[in-house]
Write a protein that binds this ligand. Structure first.
Ligand SMILES: C[S@@+](CC[C@H](N)C(=O)[O-])C[C@H]1O[C@@H](n2cnc3c(N)ncnc32)[C@H](O)[C@@H]1O
Length: 206
Protein backbone atom coordinates (compact mmCIF):
# COMPACT_ATOMS: atom_id res chain seq x y z
CA UNK A 1 0.00 0.00 0.00
CA UNK A 2 1.22 3.52 -0.76
CA UNK A 3 -0.93 6.44 0.47
CA UNK A 4 -3.72 3.98 1.14
CA UNK A 5 -3.75 2.51 -2.40
CA UNK A 6 -2.57 -0.90 -3.45
CA UNK A 7 0.35 -1.27 -5.89
CA UNK A 8 1.01 -4.44 -7.85
CA UNK A 9 4.40 -6.11 -8.00
CA UNK A 10 5.80 -7.24 -11.34
CA UNK A 11 9.00 -9.34 -11.52
CA UNK A 12 9.87 -8.76 -7.85
CA UNK A 13 11.12 -5.18 -8.22
CA UNK A 14 8.71 -3.18 -10.41
CA UNK A 15 5.49 -1.80 -8.97
CA UNK A 16 2.50 -0.69 -10.99
CA UNK A 17 -0.75 1.04 -9.94
CA UNK A 18 -2.69 -1.63 -11.89
CA UNK A 19 -2.19 -5.39 -12.18
CA UNK A 20 -0.14 -6.10 -15.32
CA UNK A 21 -3.10 -7.74 -17.05
CA UNK A 22 -5.07 -4.46 -16.72
CA UNK A 23 -2.42 -2.17 -18.23
CA UNK A 24 -3.17 -0.64 -21.63
CA UNK A 25 -0.67 -1.34 -24.45
CA UNK A 26 1.26 1.94 -23.99
CA UNK A 27 1.75 1.24 -20.29
CA UNK A 28 2.78 -2.32 -21.15
CA UNK A 29 5.41 -0.97 -23.56
CA UNK A 30 6.81 1.33 -20.85
CA UNK A 31 6.94 -1.47 -18.30
CA UNK A 32 8.71 -3.74 -20.78
CA UNK A 33 11.24 -1.00 -21.59
CA UNK A 34 12.05 -0.79 -17.86
CA UNK A 35 12.40 -4.57 -17.78
CA UNK A 36 15.03 -4.34 -20.50
CA UNK A 37 16.83 -1.44 -18.88
CA UNK A 38 17.20 -3.36 -15.61
CA UNK A 39 17.28 -6.79 -17.23
CA UNK A 40 20.20 -8.14 -15.18
CA UNK A 41 18.38 -7.50 -11.91
CA UNK A 42 14.81 -8.24 -13.03
CA UNK A 43 14.71 -11.30 -15.24
CA UNK A 44 14.74 -14.65 -13.46
CA UNK A 45 16.91 -16.44 -16.00
CA UNK A 46 16.05 -19.89 -14.68
CA UNK A 47 12.33 -19.38 -15.26
CA UNK A 48 12.96 -17.61 -18.57
CA UNK A 49 15.22 -20.40 -19.88
CA UNK A 50 12.81 -23.20 -18.93
CA UNK A 51 9.78 -21.50 -20.45
CA UNK A 52 11.66 -20.39 -23.58
CA UNK A 53 12.99 -23.92 -24.10
CA UNK A 54 9.49 -25.44 -23.97
CA UNK A 55 8.13 -22.73 -26.24
CA UNK A 56 10.91 -23.20 -28.79
CA UNK A 57 10.39 -26.96 -28.89
CA UNK A 58 6.59 -26.57 -29.19
CA UNK A 59 7.18 -24.11 -32.06
CA UNK A 60 9.62 -26.47 -33.80
CA UNK A 61 7.04 -29.29 -33.60
CA UNK A 62 4.66 -27.17 -35.67
CA UNK A 63 7.11 -26.74 -38.51
CA UNK A 64 6.82 -29.72 -40.85
CA UNK A 65 10.15 -31.31 -41.73
CA UNK A 66 9.26 -30.72 -45.39
CA UNK A 67 8.90 -26.95 -44.93
CA UNK A 68 11.74 -25.53 -47.02
CA UNK A 69 11.89 -22.02 -45.62
CA UNK A 70 9.09 -21.32 -43.17
CA UNK A 71 8.33 -17.68 -42.37
CA UNK A 72 8.07 -17.14 -38.62
CA UNK A 73 6.98 -14.01 -36.77
CA UNK A 74 8.26 -13.35 -33.24
CA UNK A 75 5.38 -11.23 -31.93
CA UNK A 76 6.46 -8.95 -29.06
CA UNK A 77 10.11 -9.62 -29.86
CA UNK A 78 11.54 -7.04 -27.44
CA UNK A 79 15.33 -7.13 -27.67
CA UNK A 80 15.14 -10.23 -29.90
CA UNK A 81 16.57 -12.71 -27.39
CA UNK A 82 13.94 -15.37 -28.20
CA UNK A 83 14.20 -14.73 -31.96
CA UNK A 84 17.91 -15.41 -31.94
CA UNK A 85 17.60 -18.78 -30.22
CA UNK A 86 14.61 -19.73 -32.39
CA UNK A 87 16.61 -18.93 -35.54
CA UNK A 88 19.34 -21.27 -34.31
CA UNK A 89 16.77 -24.01 -33.55
CA UNK A 90 15.11 -23.56 -36.98
CA UNK A 91 18.06 -22.74 -39.27
CA UNK A 92 15.92 -22.83 -42.45
CA UNK A 93 13.33 -20.39 -41.13
CA UNK A 94 13.07 -16.67 -41.91
CA UNK A 95 12.41 -15.17 -38.49
CA UNK A 96 10.90 -11.67 -38.36
CA UNK A 97 10.21 -9.70 -35.21
CA UNK A 98 7.65 -7.03 -34.34
CA UNK A 99 6.86 -5.02 -31.24
CA UNK A 100 4.90 -1.95 -30.14
CA UNK A 101 8.01 -0.62 -28.38
CA UNK A 102 10.51 1.16 -30.61
CA UNK A 103 12.86 1.60 -27.64
CA UNK A 104 12.98 -2.20 -27.23
CA UNK A 105 13.49 -2.78 -30.95
CA UNK A 106 16.45 -0.38 -30.91
CA UNK A 107 18.16 -2.74 -28.49
CA UNK A 108 17.55 -5.79 -30.64
CA UNK A 109 20.23 -7.57 -32.63
CA UNK A 110 18.15 -10.19 -34.45
CA UNK A 111 19.19 -12.25 -37.46
CA UNK A 112 16.06 -11.24 -39.40
CA UNK A 113 14.15 -8.00 -39.87
CA UNK A 114 12.21 -6.26 -37.13
CA UNK A 115 9.46 -3.66 -37.35
CA UNK A 116 7.31 -1.59 -35.04
CA UNK A 117 3.53 -2.06 -34.94
CA UNK A 118 0.86 0.21 -33.52
CA UNK A 119 -0.77 -0.37 -30.14
CA UNK A 120 -4.21 -0.89 -31.77
CA UNK A 121 -3.17 -4.31 -33.07
CA UNK A 122 -2.82 -3.66 -36.81
CA UNK A 123 0.02 -5.64 -38.43
CA UNK A 124 1.44 -4.35 -41.75
CA UNK A 125 1.81 -7.76 -43.43
CA UNK A 126 -0.27 -9.21 -46.30
CA UNK A 127 -2.78 -12.04 -45.96
CA UNK A 128 -1.61 -15.63 -45.37
CA UNK A 129 2.12 -14.86 -45.34
CA UNK A 130 3.16 -16.49 -42.05
CA UNK A 131 3.65 -20.18 -41.39
CA UNK A 132 4.05 -19.66 -37.66
CA UNK A 133 3.87 -16.90 -35.06
CA UNK A 134 5.46 -17.25 -31.63
CA UNK A 135 4.98 -14.96 -28.64
CA UNK A 136 7.37 -15.40 -25.71
CA UNK A 137 6.27 -13.78 -22.44
CA UNK A 138 3.71 -11.54 -24.16
CA UNK A 139 0.26 -13.06 -23.55
CA UNK A 140 0.26 -12.50 -19.77
CA UNK A 141 -0.60 -8.93 -20.80
CA UNK A 142 -4.05 -8.11 -22.16
CA UNK A 143 -3.63 -7.47 -25.87
CA UNK A 144 -6.19 -5.89 -28.18
CA UNK A 145 -8.45 -8.56 -29.71
CA UNK A 146 -7.57 -6.95 -33.04
CA UNK A 147 -3.98 -8.23 -32.67
CA UNK A 148 -5.23 -11.83 -32.67
CA UNK A 149 -7.53 -11.15 -35.64
CA UNK A 150 -4.54 -9.71 -37.47
CA UNK A 151 -2.32 -12.67 -36.59
CA UNK A 152 -5.06 -14.95 -37.94
CA UNK A 153 -5.29 -12.91 -41.17
CA UNK A 154 -1.54 -12.94 -41.88
CA UNK A 155 -1.21 -16.71 -41.22
CA UNK A 156 -1.67 -19.25 -44.02
CA UNK A 157 -4.40 -21.89 -43.67
CA UNK A 158 -3.02 -24.65 -41.44
CA UNK A 159 -0.39 -22.29 -39.96
CA UNK A 160 0.17 -21.92 -36.22
CA UNK A 161 0.40 -19.56 -33.27
CA UNK A 162 2.48 -20.88 -30.33
CA UNK A 163 2.64 -18.94 -27.06
CA UNK A 164 3.35 -19.20 -23.35
CA UNK A 165 0.81 -17.95 -20.84
CA UNK A 166 0.37 -17.49 -17.12
CA UNK A 167 -1.86 -15.58 -14.72
CA UNK A 168 -5.19 -13.82 -15.35
CA UNK A 169 -3.83 -12.13 -18.50
CA UNK A 170 -3.01 -15.55 -19.91
CA UNK A 171 -6.60 -16.72 -19.35
CA UNK A 172 -7.94 -13.58 -21.01
CA UNK A 173 -5.57 -13.87 -23.95
CA UNK A 174 -6.54 -17.47 -24.54
CA UNK A 175 -10.22 -16.48 -24.70
CA UNK A 176 -9.42 -13.73 -27.20
CA UNK A 177 -7.34 -16.06 -29.37
CA UNK A 178 -10.10 -18.68 -29.47
CA UNK A 179 -12.71 -16.02 -30.28
CA UNK A 180 -10.75 -14.90 -33.34
CA UNK A 181 -10.89 -18.19 -35.22
CA UNK A 182 -7.89 -20.06 -33.84
CA UNK A 183 -8.30 -23.67 -32.65
CA UNK A 184 -6.27 -25.09 -29.74
CA UNK A 185 -4.16 -28.01 -31.03
CA UNK A 186 -1.61 -28.36 -28.23
CA UNK A 187 -1.43 -27.54 -24.57
CA UNK A 188 1.06 -28.42 -21.87
CA UNK A 189 2.45 -27.22 -18.54
CA UNK A 190 6.02 -26.03 -18.25
CA UNK A 191 7.68 -28.60 -15.97
CA UNK A 192 8.68 -27.18 -12.54
CA UNK A 193 7.30 -23.69 -13.23
CA UNK A 194 3.88 -23.54 -11.59
CA UNK A 195 1.11 -21.89 -13.59
CA UNK A 196 3.09 -21.50 -16.83
CA UNK A 197 1.62 -23.14 -19.90
CA UNK A 198 2.51 -23.55 -23.54
CA UNK A 199 -0.40 -23.32 -25.99
CA UNK A 200 -0.43 -24.08 -29.71
CA UNK A 201 -3.26 -22.80 -31.94
CA UNK A 202 -3.94 -23.53 -35.59
CA UNK A 203 -5.71 -21.65 -38.35
CA UNK A 204 -8.19 -23.88 -40.16
CA UNK A 205 -6.42 -25.51 -43.13
CA UNK A 206 -7.53 -24.44 -46.60
C1 LIG B 1 8.14 -9.36 -21.37
S1 LIG B 1 8.59 -8.76 -22.93
C2 LIG B 1 9.19 -10.22 -23.77
C3 LIG B 1 10.10 -9.87 -24.93
C4 LIG B 1 10.67 -11.06 -25.69
N1 LIG B 1 9.61 -11.81 -26.37
C5 LIG B 1 11.49 -11.96 -24.82
O1 LIG B 1 11.29 -13.18 -24.87
O2 LIG B 1 12.36 -11.48 -24.08
C6 LIG B 1 7.01 -8.47 -23.73
C7 LIG B 1 7.17 -7.80 -25.07
O3 LIG B 1 5.89 -7.78 -25.71
C8 LIG B 1 5.70 -6.51 -26.28
N2 LIG B 1 4.25 -6.28 -26.42
C9 LIG B 1 3.37 -6.08 -25.42
N3 LIG B 1 2.13 -5.87 -25.91
C10 LIG B 1 2.25 -5.94 -27.25
C11 LIG B 1 1.32 -5.81 -28.32
N4 LIG B 1 0.02 -5.52 -28.09
N5 LIG B 1 1.77 -5.94 -29.59
C12 LIG B 1 3.09 -6.24 -29.81
N6 LIG B 1 4.02 -6.35 -28.85
C13 LIG B 1 3.60 -6.22 -27.57
C14 LIG B 1 6.37 -5.55 -25.30
O4 LIG B 1 6.64 -4.28 -25.85
C15 LIG B 1 7.63 -6.35 -24.95
O5 LIG B 1 8.70 -6.10 -25.82
Amino acid sequence: MIDGRPWFRFMDRLYSPLPVHDLDPSMVAELCELRLEFMDELIDETIYAKVAHQLREAAAERIAAADAGPVVLDFGTGDGRFSRTLATRLPNAHVLGCDISFASLRRSRPKGRVFQISTDGDIPIGNSRMDLTVACFVLHFTLPVRAFEELHRITRGGGHLVVNTYGPGGVRSRESVERTGWKVVGERDVPDIAGHRILAFQKRPG
